[in-house]
Structure formats: C-alpha cells, structure tokens
Design a protein around this ligand. Structure first.
Ligand code: S3P
Length: 423
C-alpha cells in the first residue's frame, strides 16, 4: 500500500496511549516458554515481529491463548519443531532464539525474510560457538541450522554494544554448565537482564558486565509498557509541526532506551515527564510534548545504543533544527532492516534536506524548508516508513510513500493514532 502525506492545516493535538514495546514483547513470550506453568502477558505487541516470536514459541510446544491478555502455558521444556522456524523480518527473534535453541537437546532451523537473510549473524555465531554451540549458516547469514549441544559458560567481551548479542549469549547461559559473563563496550538496552531477574533467574549486573548461571524461570504476570521507539514518531511530529501539543500515555522510560529524550532536551525540546511508575521491573511514564524551537547538536559515543532505532527520525527532526546536527559512531545502523544511514540520507535529500552520509553517521544542516512533491522509498524498513511520514508533515508539497504497510512490523496502530492527533 502506498500512502500520500501532506502538510496538516493545524498542529497535532490530544492524548494517545503508546502501543506495546516490541523488544519487551519478544522477551516476554520467549522467556515465558522457559517457565513451567502459565505466564500472563498484558499488552503484548500487535506488531508482526513479536508475532513471529510467538509463532515460533508455539512450534516449540507452548500453548498460547489470547483472552484480553496473552496466556502462555509451558512445561518449561521445549519440544523439537517439525518445521523450520520463520523469524520473518525480526533480527531480535533470530538472535535471541538462536541463544535459546543452541543449548536444547534437539536440532532446529531459523529462517528469515529477504532483509533478515542479508543481516550479519557472525556476531552471535562466534560467541555461541565458543560456548560449544554447533551452528551452520550461509556465510554467517540466515538460515541458521542449529544442532543442540551441551553448552559451557564463557567470559565474553563483545566488540559491539548490542542487546541482541548480549541477550543471545545470556539466554544460552541459562542452559550452560557454568557461569556465563558478557561485557559490552557501552550499555545497550537491558530488558533481558530486568526480565530474567523478574522471573527468578540467577543473574547479576556489574556496570557493563552481566553474568548468568543455569536457572529455571518462574511464570509471572508481565505487563508491557508502551514503546519509546514508537513514541519517537509522535514526539518528533509534535516538536516540528507548529502549534502542536500532545500527551503520550504509558511510554517505556527505561534509561537504556531514553537517549532520544536526552538529546532532544539538549536541542531545546519542550518535553515534560508527567508521571513515572515501575511495572514488571520497567520504568514508564506519560509525556507532554509541545512544538519547540530546536538547535542542532553532536550525538556520539555511549548515547548511540540508547537511541539506535530513533536515529532515522532524529535525522528528520534535525532538518527542522537551527544549525548543524552531527551523528557519529552509528556504523551499526548500516546493518539494520536496511542500511539506515544511506536510506534516510537518500530519501531526505529527495525532499530537499541539506544532509550527507559519513561512514559512521549523518551530518544535517538546518533549518530547511522541505519541498516534497516526490515519491519516497521505504527500503522494506518500518522505521524508514514512519520517519518519512513525519517528514511529509512538514513538506510544502504532498509526498507519496511507497509500500507504507511495512509499518505493521512494529506498529499497526500508527496511521490511526496519527489521524486522531491530526484531526
Ligand atoms: C533490539 C536491539 C537493538 C535494536 C533492535 C531491537 C532488541 O538491536 O536495534 O530494534 O530488542 O534487543 P542491536 O542489539 O543489534 O543493536
């Protein structure tokens, strides 16, 4: 489905509840499979990626029932699948499931769609192999044939700050003979650590190092907050469309995910946190966001993993910001669902932005009056589609976004929520 976007007559107004966090949804369903009993997952994501994780868990023998909430019943022991396990577009599904499956007493095959089959898997194959895993791949890419083995713990220094890599190793560590420790160069999102601890695993965190030993998980009720990575599109739109003022309810505010809020504050954004609480070990709150005069800044170093998924929409914001914004140390963006550096620079240039790619980031000069009046590609990437929608709201002429339905990967509610705020 293609989508036309044009400049609204007035700003965004009103209050919405942000849809469920994708990262936490994956973990909730996977970890519930490893617990003996029934876990209740409240506010499970409707995105296609977490649904890929759920379908795989069903193929591994758990019973899943949607009432108002999602009920997962498991013996805590997985059974051999009778078919390949399809991860669709989801890197989180493939990398975390590989960690779980490496230590089972059966074999399995993880497959992915065209985009996922091009993404690097060496980053998990190397440490899992050091633990004794046997994984055949297509030149370090999917499909992954996993031959279940007895695993032993390792002490691994990860060359990249990646929650998917860290989680894959920690999950394998739940099945390993002795302690497994992962150390990362900067702190990446810590949902795995928080949820494993909530479900009774023997896990300890010491700055950038996390250790786990063989553990059985306890079934729990897990309430999932809204996804700050989804909230990012509404925050961005309210900041750059004149006369906007919105309230976003139930936004996950885990500090390993709130780099965007820190950067926007530095740029001069008018964002207020209204109410904070902790649910199922995760911090959440409501945000009030108003149209703001923003100034560019440099974004680099340890903040990058805390806003990695928000960089495409941050580039859109930077086109509407006075002065220069420089994004550095973000080379791993080239390994996401698309090469997000190249993709966002190419498409924003088409709209009239003053933007250049660098090997590890983006330089944007603002403020530009985006012209629009062109067709835009989404590169089969949900975050590109959503970021470019926001850009379309400040273009002089209408734009047409091709294959807009990629938004369903993380937020099928996107269009409906924007329409509500724009009327
Ligand atoms: C995720 C971690 C991040 C992020 C992805 C989801 C997760 O990837 O980009 O969208 O749920 O662990 P990396 O860990 O590879 O940076």
């Amino acid at each position: 489905m293609d989508k036309k976007i044009s400049k609204p007559n007035s700003g965004l107004k009103g209050q919405i509840t942000i849809p469920s966090d994708k990262s936490i949804s994956h973990r909730a369903v996977m970890f519930s499979c490893l617990a003996n009993g029934t876990s209740v997952i409240k506010n499970f994501s409707k995105g296609q990626d977490p649904l890929s994780s759920l379908e795989i868990c069903k193929k591994l023998g758990v019973i899943a029932e949607f009432k108002d909430d999602l009920y997962i019943t498991s013996t805590g022991k997985l059974i051999p699948p009778t078919t390949d396990l399809c991860c669709g577009n989801s890197g989180t599904t493939m990398r975390l499931m590989a960690g779980i499956l490496a230590g089972q007493n059966f074999n399995s095959i993880l497959t992915g769609d065209e985009s996922l089959s091009k993404r690097p898997m060496k980053r998990i194959i190397t440490p899992l192999s050091l633990m004794g895993a046997k994984i055949n791949s297509n030149n370090d890419k999917a499909p992954l044939e996993i031959y279940g083995q007895n695993l032993h713990g390792i002490n691994y220094s990860s060359p990249i700050a990646s929650a998917q890599v860290k989680s894959s190793i920690l999950l394998a560590g739940l099945f390993a003979d002795n302690k497994t420790t992962v150390t990362e160069p900067y702190l990446s999102r810590n949902h795995t650590e928080l949820m494993l601890s909530y479900m009774g695993a023997d896990i300890t965190v010491n700055n950038l190092s996390t250790s786990v030993t063989r553990s059985e998980l306890i079934p729990k009720t897990i309430e999932i907050p809204g996804d700050i990575s989804s909230a990012a599109y509404f925050i961005a739109a309210a900041l750059i469309v004149p006369n906007s003022e919105i309230i976003l309810k139930n936004v996950g505010l885990n500090p390993t995910r709130t780099g965007l809020l820190d950067v926007l504050k530095k740029m001069g954004a008018n964002i207020e946190i209204l109410d904070k609480q902790t649910i199922s070990n995760e911090l959440t709150g409501d945000l009030r966001v108003k149209y703001s005069d923003l100034t560019g800044c440099t974004i680099e170093g340890d903040i990058i993993p805390r806003l990695i998924d928000e960089i495409p929409v941050l580039a859109v914001i930077a086109t509407q910001t006075q002065g220069q914004t420089v994004i550095k140390d973000a080379q791993d963006l080239r390994n996401k669902e698309s090469d997000r550096i190249k993709a966002v620079v190419t498409e924003l240039k088409k709209l009239g932005a003053d933007i250049e790619e660098t090997p590890d980031g983006i330089i944007i000069n603002g403020k530009t009056n985006l012209q629009g009046g062109v067709e835009i590609e989404t590169y089969h990437d949900h975050r590109l589609a959503m970021s470019l929608y926001v850009a379309g709201l400040v273009c002089k002429k209408e734009i047409l976004i091709k294959d807009f339905d990629w938004v369903n990967i993380s937020m099928p509610e996107f269009d409906e929520l924007f329409s509500y705020l724009l009327t």
